[in-house]
Every structure is written in structure tokens, then in C-alpha cells.
Design a protein around this ligand. Structure first.
Ligand SMILES: *[C@@H]1O[C@H](CO)[C@@H](O)[C@H](O)[C@H]1NC(C)=O
Ligand SMILES: *[C@@H]1O[C@H](CO)[C@@H](O)[C@H](O)[C@H]1NC(C)=O
Length: 286
């Protein structure tokens, strides 16, 4: 065993430095969503732990035939017009006007579902009070409390607070991948995200004509007492880059992405590659 001391030392240094470089690359320095090593991949650094101070690094993959671009999974190639306009099986009527307006949360209006304080919009704070209407049935009435000041946003659990260091959790939905997605806030609405002829994804909002939307079957007509309707179809964003599955369809997941301009922090929905489901323990599609 005649090892040369110098080469042993050299190799220890090379191992240590390789390990250090790898470790450095595998760690998150800030919460965020970043391009990955291939065109379909992206890296999400999501907060975790009791105080949300640790960061977990996960690698996500856009579905086949799409590429990751600017926080979205867009078609890899320009889609011919006929394919771009192909329909799907969802039953509902398109609600053409809902898609207009600005990007902020102003056109999102939350309604009372339980008692307590509620930010009905990014600017309005109300209190919801339950009224028993016999047989244990309760209706919740909304009493408007205040309009937030110009430099404030309404944040659940906090009320009207400075928009400088807080985000409002409501923002108009925009497609980030193809498929059919539930509205994050309203169980009777959903969105169709179709590829367009411009290597882009088009958002078409729809409202169920009857009952609630079911993300698993991607159709309407379901009861109004589902968990999605009693709470919200997607959990309300609390932390920047928080992520998780859509409870009703584990092949879709959300990432809470902030928008500095509108001071909103809203779920952006992605789908897992075919036949994969979002796994809560690893925070990836497996
Ligand atoms: C879940 O959502 C995806 C994406 O919209 C859809 O393709 C799929 O059919 C849905 N249902 C299940 C069971 O995955
Ligand atoms: C949604 O649809 C699936 C598939 O049809 C069904 O198994 C499930 O029970 C539905 N969910 C609700 C809450 O009705």
C-alpha cells in the first residue's frame, strides 16, 4: 500500500470541493422558482418547518411536449390552429366577461362560509355572522367593516395591513400549463387552458351552470356541500412559494407565487406529468 501522501491529500481536497460544490448547488438560498437543468425542469425552493424558515428544494417537470418558460409550462412547438381549438369534455357555459379587467384581485369577491373576519376582496374587510335557520342549518351574513387605505391590502387573519410587507392572497387566475383547472376561490368556476398558435397558453374562464366543479372528473353538477365549496378548492396562500396538491385532484399542484406589482400572492396551478401524482412528503410528482 504505497500511496503517495501528496496525491491522497490532493484527492481529499478534490472530494471535499466536489462535495461542497454539489451541496451548494443542491441547496436553496432563497424561496423561489428557478429553471432546471433541462428545458422541461424547474426547481422550487419552498418554505417549510414550524417557522417556515427552512427551505426545501424540489425538482418539478413540465408535462411532455411542454417546456418551462417564465414560470409556465408552454407548448414546445407552435400548435396548428385546429389542434389549439380542440374542445374537451367539460360541461359548462363560458363566462366571457369574467376574464376581462386588470390583473389584481379586484374582480375576486369572497363570500361568507363560516363566522369571523373575512377579506372579501384585496381591499375590503367584512365580518361574517351566522344565523340559524332551523334544523342546524346556518346562513352566514356579511357585514362590511372597512375599506383598506390606499397603501394597504386585506390579509386573512391580519385585516388591513401595509401593502409594503404583505400580500393579498387573491389574484385573477392565469393559466400556467395546459388542461382544466379549478378556480382557486370559487367551487363553481373553472378554467380551460389551451395551447394557442403562438406557443402560449390561453385562459378561458367558465362557470358551472349547475352545482359545483369536480377537479377529478373535470366536470360540473356536483353537490354544493363538498370540501371545495365549504372552504376553497385550493388552500389560501399563506407563505411565499408554499406548494401542495390540489386536494380534489392530486395530479394537479399549486405553487403560491407573489406578484410585486399587484401585491398579491396567489396559487399558480401546474399538472404532474402523465400518470404521476403530487406526493406531499417529497413535494414532487411521483
Ligand atoms: C385531474 O386534472 C388533470 C389536469 O386537468 C386532468 O387531466 C385529469 O383528468 C384530472 N383527473 C384525474 C383523476 O387525474
Ligand atoms: C369527483 O368525481 C370523482 C370521479 O367521478 C368521484 O369519485 C368523486 O367522488 C367526486 N368528488 C365529489 C366531492 O363529489
Amino acid at each position: 500500500m504505497a500511496y503517495n501522501n501528496k496525491s491522497v491529500l490532493f484527492c481529499m481536497i478534490c472530494f471535499i470541493s466536489t462535495g461542497w460544490i454539489l451541496a451548494k448547488e443542491e441547496q436553496c438560498s432563497e424561496a423561489g422558482i428557478f429553471p432546471g437543468s433541462s428545458k422541461r425542469e424547474f426547481i422550487v425552493c419552498t418554505p417549510s418547518g414550524p417557522d417556515g424558515k427552512q427551505l426545501i428544494r424540489t425538482k418539478q417537470t413540465c408535462p411532455i411536449n411542454t417546456v418551462y418558460e417564465n414560470r409556465r409550462c408552454v407548448p414546445k412547438v407552435i400548435v396548428p390552429y385546429s389542434a389549439a381549438t380542440n374542445g374537451d369534455s367539460a360541461v359548462a357555459t363560458a363566462d366571457a366577461n369574467k376574464g376581462n379587467g386588470d390583473k389584481g384581485g379586484d374582480d375576486i369577491k369572497m363570500t361568507c362560509k363560516t363566522h369571523g373576519l373575512l377579506c372579501t376582496t384585496c381591499k375590503e374587510l367584512s365580518i361574517c355572522i351566522g344565523d340559524e335557520i332551523g334544523q342546524g342549518d346556518i346562513v352566514y351574513n356579511e357585514i362590511h367593516m372597512m375599506t383598506c387605505k390606499a397603501d394597504e391590502v386585506c390579509v386573512p387573519g391580519k385585516g388591513c395591513v401595509s401593502s409594503k410587507d404583505n400580500f393579498c392572497p387573491y389574484r385573477k387566475f392565469e393559466c400556467s400549463d395546459m388542461g382544466i383547472y379549478p378556480d382557486p376561490y370559487d367551487c363553481t368556476r373553472y378554467y380551460r387552458c389551451d395551447p394557442t398558435s403562438k406557443k402560449d397558453v390561453k385562459t378561458t374562464p367558465s362557470k358551472c351552470s349547475d352545482g359545483s366543479f369536480n377537479s377529478t372528473s373535470a366536470s360540473c353538477g356536483y353537490p354544493m356541500d363538498t370540501t371545495s365549496c365549504l372552504t376553497t378548492p385550493i388552500p389560501i396562500c399563506k407563505a411565499i412559494f408554499q406548494m401542495g396538491p390540489v386536494p380534489d385532484n392530486l395530479s394537479i399542484y399549486y405553487i403560491c407565487i407573489p406578484d410585486d406589482e399587484t401585491r398579491t400572492l396567489a396559487p399558480v396551478l401546474y399538472r404532474c406529468p402523465a400518470n404521476k401524482k403530487f406526493d406531499i412528503s417529497t413535494l414532487t410528482c411521483t
